[in-house]
Unconditional design. Structure first.
Length: 177
């Protein structure tokens, strides 16, 4: 292990087996990110009036260059499960951090722009012309914020395209500006 591991217990004593368990999971964190500086694990035993046994609350603080990641899960009556769940959550957090640093963050596609090309207010529908020149049908119920009555020919809108019974149709039509 190439980082400092600190283990602390509150309101109970950790056995050597408990410490070995924590050590085992801490070592696995390096597979998610190999530049960990420090990992502090605090296990707290909670006693509740309604509950007869102990609940284990695990908090993990991982220090990495330029940041600190913290995981605190819901308390669990099983010590090993509480530790395992917390370290799994930290591993996922480290993996997300690495993905973000590599620029592999999910980007949502830009919602396309279009102009209203035909409008039939009495019938409750219209057509928009997309930026690539296609004419796409939309229904009054597809217009967000009940703006159908405000629509005019030539207005710029954003939309989500779907496949309808008779070809492409727009849903989630929103007036821009």
């Amino acid at each position: 292990m190439n980082f400092l591991l600190e283990i602390a217990a509150r309101d109970f004593d950790l056995t050597d087996a408990n410490k070995a368990d924590i050590n085992k999971y801490a070592e696995k964190l390096e597979t998610a990110y190999d530049r960990i500086i420090r990992c502090k694990v605090v296990v707290e035993a909670l006693r509740h009036r309604e509950y007869r046994g102990l609940l284990y609350n695990v908090k993990i603080v991982v220090t990495i260059p330029g940041s600190e990641l913290i995981v605190k899960r819901k308390p669990n009556e099983d010590f090993h499960l509480a530790v395992k769940d917390s370290f799994n959550a930290m591993r996922r957090k480290l993996e997300d951090f690495v993905e973000q640093r590599r620029g592999k963050v999910k980007h949502h596609d830009e919602i396309p722009l279009a102009r209203i090309s035909n409008l039939f207010p009495e019938e409750g529908y219209g057509f928009i012309t997309s930026s690539d020149g296609r004419e796409i049908y939309f229904h009054r119920n597809s217009v967000l914020n009940h703006d159908f009555t405000r629509l005019e020919k030539g207005m710029e809108v954003r939309f989500v395209e779907e496949t309808g019974e008779k070809g492409p149709q727009a849903s989630s039509v929103t007036v821009t500006g």
